[in-house]
Design a protein around this ligand. Structure first.
Ligand code: BGC
Length: 396
């Protein structure tokens, strides 16, 4: 990450030379911009308002290797720039906990580090692609071998600001897929696990966002209230932790932020869903969250939503073909309900394997609009990454 700091310092120095008066303060300011905070961070209000999402070294190094492997030099140059974009680091197994510290060793005070908490027992109960390492019933393991060690590590970084996305897809699945046996079996572990995570991770330098699916999921008229209730119950079971800001939406998703009319607004069932884009979804869901008793701010994943019109059906979620990197992370959203546009899903990491003989093969990853071949969820897909770069809006 040294390269990034150099770039920041250079920008600050340029500013200094252009404006003579603060010359003495210049170098100090430049150094401070790249340094960690000197005192403990206590977050209040929108944590992204004055902070940039940190470009974690884990994803940066995936991107750098990918760019180095490209033969098209123009594309490689564009691809390399992705390494400087802030994104969330997924802690998707207990063993991944070991990379957290090295990824936090250089977070500047001007930045906020993003982590995804993602290891519930019976994970991904309505699909197969992201089935996790813990089985239904492993809640004590989730608590003592996953959440507790993460809390111990994060307590070593009181001077760093964090944003956490809590357990993608879990509670939304309990709202809409509870008819599936696997989700029934997972339900109590999800509810207790999420509440435990929220309670233990409630630290002053952390802002938490509970995953709320997307407009095509909990945005259906009939799902808004039950969805808000499910999330608010977890929040209240955790003792209404101060540092929960609200929800994360469109995580690893494809919905546009404010495309109007929305991508699926002409579908035969569109009349039953007013949340045709993520902006509308938040406008509808936030008041429901508040009346259910929890905060209603949102962050929205814009990592892969640049190109619309690709999905045959709204619910298609796996490696959608033709996608492009979307709006870069920013706390300037122009929407008082939206704390930030963020990159949660690390673009280039697969959503699921297209190998029909694999144990975690999910038929969604074999659909016509899914990119093939694709490796196991979380594994790098070079060809897919290249397309994300080519189709990026804004372009790199
Ligand atoms: C996978 C995880 C991975 C994450 C980010 C999920 O679909 O199941 O293993 O860390 O995506 O790529």
């Amino acid at each position: 990450m040294k390269g990034l700091y150099t770039a920041l310092a250079a920008t600050a120095f340029t500013g200094v030379f252009a404006a003579p008066s603060p010359i003495e303060k210049g170098p100090v300011t430049a150094r401070a911009a790249a340094a960690a905070c000197a005192t403990p961070v206590t977050l209040s209000g929108n944590p992204f308002a004055s902070r940039t999402l940190y470009a974690n070294p884990f994803y940066a190094s995936e991107v750098k290797s990918a760019a180095a492997a490209m033969t098209d030099t123009a594309l490689a140059a564009s691809a390399a720039k992705v390494a400087d974009v802030g994104s969330f680091l997924w802690i998707d197994t207990r063993s991944k906990i070991s990379v957290i510290e090295e990824n936090l060793s250089n977070v500047p005070c001007t930045h906020i580090a993003g982590l995804v908490i993602y290891d519930l027992p019976g994970r991904d109960c309505a699909a197969k692609a992201s089935n996790g390492e813990l089985a239904v019933g492993d809640l004590p393991v989730y608590k003592s071998e996953y959440i507790d060690p993460i809390v111990t590590i994060l307590k070593k970084f009181p001077n760093t600001a964090f944003a956490l996305v809590i357990e993608p897809d879990s509670l939304p699945n309990l709202v809409t897929n509870i008819d599936k046996q696997a989700c029934k079996d997972s339900a109590s572990g999800y509810r207790d696990g999420v509440a435990y995570a929220l309670k233990q991770l409630n630290l002053p330098n952390i802002a938490m966002y509970i995953d709320a699916g997307h407009g095509g999921w909990l945005g259906w008229n009939d799902n808004l209230k039950p969805g808000a209730k499910e999330l608010a119950n977890a929040y209240k079971a955790a003792g209404s932790p101060k540092t929960v800001r609200g929800v994360a939406t469109n995580v690893a998703g494809w919905n546009a932020y404010d495309l109007s009319p929305g991508e699926f607004s002409k579908a035969t069932d569109a009349q039953w869903n007013k949340a045709q884009n993520e902006k509308e979804y938040i406008a509808l869901f936030s008041p429901e969250l508040k009346s259910a008793g929890m905060p209603g701010q949102a962050i929205i994943d814009t990592g892969r939503n640049a190109v619309t019109g690709l999905r045959k059906e709204w619910g298609n979620w796996c490696n959608v073909r033709g996608a492009g990197f979307g709006v870069r992370p920013t706390g300037s959203t122009g929407n008082s309900l939206v704390d930030a546009f963020v990159w949660v899903k690390p673009g280039g990491e697969s959503d699921g394997t297209s190998d029909t003989s694999a144990k975690r093969y999910d038929s969604f990853c074999g659909k016509e609009d899914a990119f093939k071949p694709s490796p196991e969820a979380g594994q790098w897909n070079q060809a897919y990454f290249e397309d994300l770069v080519k189709n990026a809006k804004p372009a790199f």
